[in-house]
Design a protein around this ligand. Structure first.
Ligand SMILES: [Zn+2]
Length: 83
């Protein structure tokens, strides 16, 4: 398992169209599998990550879309004490 740590601030969230150089190309922010996009900026100390398609994803699976809309947590998070 590899941890990505980028200390530079996240890029300005304007247009990410065509900016993806990953292979396969990341899903767009409008795609159903948008959260499968690669992480381009990880901020575990703040509990969020910036995805390649402009999505901001939080630890609790909540998401902020590039257009500013917020999506609440929608997936169960890993709970080590469960069971
Ligand atoms: Zn990408």
């Amino acid at each position: 398992m590899r941890t990505i740590k980028i200390e530079t601030p996240p890029p300005v969230m304007t247009h990410h169209c065509g900016g993806c150089t990953h292979q396969p190309v990341c899903p767009s922010a409008a795609a159903a599998d948008r959260e499968a996009a690669r992480i381009v900026a990880l901020h575990p100390e703040q509990g969020w990550s910036l995805l390649c398609n402009g999505l901001v994803q939080f630890d609790d699976t909540g998401v902020i879309l590039p257009d500013g809309r917020a999506v609440g947590p929608h997936r169960p998070t890993d709970s080590p004490s469960r069971g």
